[in-house]
Design a protein around this ligand. Structure first.
Ligand code: NAD
Ligand code: LMR
Length: 348
């Protein structure tokens, strides 16, 4: 029997990520090839005409899975009945800025849209915040929508995760699909920590640790990390616009895996509400390695093979975190605590 359509909200839908994202959703990239969708697209009044143009193009593309399009500048109409909310609306940074420099413009949007989602979205709506500063916007959304379960509010660090996979695959000249279990810890900012200590590559001789294959710890501990941390800025420098197709594709990956599950033995990175795992302060939206099953994410806590299980007994909990990594996990957590304070100062 055909599935009921899922209602998917995209805010900022007339912008450049929106323009790349809505056709992917309508093609089934986000929710699967058998899941019909109704797109809810929100933008602000100055972008209303452009938004209507996007709606016209969606009709013209005749996507079989697309069962309806709501294009509106009314936040209540946009949020009503949505099952998935992808929050892209906001202002991107320009060359030379850090993502938190757009804080004052963007956090107030997330405070006001929080209550519309809380009141009008479907029960159990899954929320993904893309707009920057993504972790802190998601935290503000969570705090001003107290009845939405905290497990339903996440932010996008899958783009950073995919960037890390891409760098390793280029360096080793292997298929990107053969690389897995990198981790992005912390903030979607230049303090994020891309960690390859548990990452592996599928080879004809079985799965091998990335460190063993790369054979260059100096590169992995320095240039690799800064390349991933600074990739957003490098794209802005090259395109004079921030990333869009990779952001849209990664947003699809994030929701796809959250709803449909991660493959056995594989984790992905998601910005989620910290429960204190890995001694990350509770009450921040922090990127962790997660596995997903039955529409729920779970922070990876345990080693996955016998040797590692044995080693885990010597650690506080979860994947082993060496001293180098510990400092980096703490640094990005400190930045998120500072951003939280700054966000509240912008809202008063
Ligand atoms: P854009 O300027 O092209 O589009 C943003 C759209 O949001 C515009 O159409 C604008 O009118 C709209 N908008 C502004 N205020 C709004 C509101 N209150 N409600 C609804 N819509 C509103 O920008 P973009 O390149 O599409 O980027 C969007 C956001 O995503 C930026 O903040 C950017 O920094 C961020 N981003 C995040 C990631 C990530 O990995 N987390 C990656 C890329 C970009
Ligand atoms: C990215 O990582 O590409 C986005 O967050 C855009 C930016 O400002 O870097």
């Amino acid at each position: 029997m055909a599935k009921e359509p899922a209602r998917v909200l995209v805010t900022g839908a007339a912008g450049q990520i929106g323009y790349a994202l809505v056709p992917m959703i309508a093609r089934g990239v986000m929710l699967g090839p058998d899941q019909p969708v109704i797109l809810h697209m929100l933008d602000i009044p100055p972008a209303a005409e452009a938004l209507n143009g996007v709606k016209m193009e969606l009709v013209d593309a005749a996507f079989p899975l697309l069962k309806g399009v709501v294009a509106t500048t009314d936040v209540v109409e946009a949020c009503t009945g949505v099952n998935i909310a992808v929050m892209v609306g906001g202002f991107p940074r320009k060359e030379g800025m850090e993502r938190k420099d757009v804080m004052s413009k963007n956090v107030s949007i997330y405070k006001s849209q929080a209550s519309a989602l809380e009141k009008h979205a479907a029960a159990n709506c899954k929320v993904l915040v893309v707009a920057n500063p993504a972790n802190t916007n998601a935290l503000i959304l969570k705090e001003f929508a107290p009845s939405i379960p905290e497990k339903n509010i996440t932010c996008l660090t899958r783009l950073d995760h995919n960037r890390a996979l891409g760098q390793i695959s280029e360096r080793l000249n292997v298929q990107v699909s053969d690389v897995k279990n990198v981790i992005i810890w912390g903030n979607h900012s230049s303090t994020q920590y891309p960690d390859v200590n548990h990452a592996t590559v599928k080879t004809p001789a079985g799965e091998k640790p990335v460190r063993e294959l790369v054979k260059d710890d100096a590169w992995l501990n320095a240039e690799f990390i800064t390349t991933v941390q600074q990739r957003g800025a490098a794209i802005i420098k090259a395109r004079k616009l921030s990333s869009a197709l990779s952001a849209a594709s990664s947003a699809c990956d994030h929701i796809h895996d959250w709803v449909l599950g991660t493959p056995e033995g594989t984790w992905v990175s998601m910005g989620v509400y910290s429960d204190g795992s890995y001694n990350v302060p509770a009450g921040l939206i922090y990127s962790f390695p997660v596995t997903c099953q039955n529409g729920e994410w779970k922070i990876v806590q345990a080693f996955m093979d016998d040797y590692n299980c044995f080693m885990a007994s010597f650690c506080d909990s979860g994947l082993s975190i060496d001293e180098f990594s510990r400092k980096k996990l703490d640094l990005t957590a400190d930045e998120l605590s500072e951003e939280k304070a700054l966000a509240y100062s912008c809202l008063t």
